[in-house]
Design a protein around this ligand. Structure first.
Ligand SMILES: *Cc1c(COP(=O)(O)O)cnc(C)c1O
Length: 392
């Protein structure tokens, strides 16, 4: 990676001149000596360039909002008081969320700059020395990364080969490691499946700390733990608007009992959700019918792609309740590169976890994008294995 340009005064040649008079040995000022070893050991979250590509790598909603709603947003943005700090409590937006998501009374809401920030708030609040954050693997990589940022120990319990929860192993790990926090994505990313809800309940009951059920893909699944919040005092529920068409706005939310959220609110930076995000999210939530229609269209297309993938001989597509599909091919790396050459960007998961060997993940796009993806995939599969190969 190229280093950013630095001012001439800070170029290495002059560094001794700057460092010299203070008598601080030069090396002690280097990042290697100052940054925590756990951070030095990390590799940065990689976001590949996608300009000009059919972008099916990041679980974005491919649809934009109708012109009328966009006009309303334009007026809101024009009149937004951006010279003022945002409402730190997000009261109007929370009221809109309460109605739109049918949040039961008695539960509190905490807003985050995306749900990524909420994961970070929870980890920061729970990071006692030696505290453990637990997840299952493979799952959302941010659970592990943010545990590291916060200085927590991380434990990832492997899923079964079919990506179901290994309940015995998870309960055993809970008993042994006594995790302060457990994150479970429902549906799971990158596998797309919903875990058995009774198994999750067993985990919540066995947990000595808090369990966060991450429902980032709720819009595409017909299941939720919302109803179980009343039953489990150590359960928190996380949602986001990102996968529903508002990824660029950055809004996530956490639902839970007041006794938890009062404490977590102390860690939330007061102005974490901007004026424009609050206004636009509130407006779009009033058009819930549009979001629901778009999610329905994505679910229809998901079925179409799944069917087409199932018909390809050398492709093994996994069941999904999210807006993406995980599938296994021969030579995933080559297939991924070939798709990229053909202008289609998906996610290569090969090498990220042993259970994801030769796995690729495609986000459901518009019907046109999906046709392009399927054609490019067909053309990218190793010829000898493709059902519709040379003769098809
Ligand atoms: C995408 C994703 C998130 C993060 O979404 P935000 O854009 O930060 O709200 C959280 N959890 C899972 C499982 C995800 O896939």
């Amino acid at each position: 990676m190229a280093l950013p340009k630095v001012d001439a005064a800070f170029a290495p040649a002059n560094l001794d001149a700057i460092v010299g008079p203070t008598r601080i040995p030069r090396m002690s000022r280097s990042p290697d000596h100052i940054i925590r070893p756990a951070i030095l050991a990390l590799s940065a979250y990689h976001v590949p360039p996608a300009s000009g590509m059919v972008k099916l790598d990041a679980m974005e909603n491919p649809y934009s909002l109708p012109p009328g709603v966009r006009d309303e947003i334009a007026r809101l943005a024009a009149d937004a008081p951006i010279n003022r700090y945002p409402d730190a409590s997000g009261a109007a937006l929370k009221a809109a969320l309460r109605e739109s998501l049918a949040i039961p009374p008695g539960l509190e809401i905490m807003l985050g700059n995306g749900s990524d920030e909420i994961i970070q708030i929870i980890a920061l609040a729970c990071a006692k020395p030696g505290a453990t954050l637990m997840g299952v693997e493979p799952s959302f990589v941010m659970f592990r990364m943010i545990a590291t940022f916060a200085g927590m120990d991380y434990v990832g319990v492997p899923l079964n080969a079919d990506f179901s929860l290994n309940l015995d192993a998870t309960l055993e790990a809970i008993a042994r490691r006594q995790p302060a926090v457990i994150f479970i994505a429902y549906p799971n990313n990158p596998t797309g499946n919903l875990f058995d809800d009774e198994a999750i309940s067993r985990i919540i009951e066995a947990a000595p700390g808090v369990v966060v059920v991450d429902e980032a893909y709720h819009a595409f699944a017909d299941a939720s733990f919302m109803d179980r919040l009343a039953q489990h005092p150590n359960l928190l529920l996380m949602r986001t608007l990102s996968k529903q068409g508002l990824a660029g706005l950055r809004l996530g939310l956490l639902l839970g009992r007041p006794e938890w959220l009062i404490q977590l609110e102390k860690v939330r930076l007061p102005y974490n959700v901007g004026v424009v995000t609050q206004l636009i999210a509130e407006k779009v939530l009033k058009h819930r019918d549009i979001l629901l229609q778009q999610a329905a269209a994505i679910k229809c297309e998901r079925a179409v792609i799944s069917q087409r993938l199932a018909a390809m001989e050398s492709v093994d597509a996994f069941p999904t309740d999210a807006n993406f599909i995980l599938f296994r091919v021969n030579e995933a790396g080559q297939v991924f590169q070939s798709l990229k050459k053909r202008g289609v960007l998906i996610k290569n998961l090969d090498g990220s976890h042993p259970l994801l060997k030769n796995c690729l993940r495609v986000t459901v796009g518009t019907p046109e994008e999906n046709i392009l993806f399927l054609a490019a995939l067909q053309a990218s599969l190793p010829q000898s294995n493709a059902k519709f190969g040379a003769n098809g």
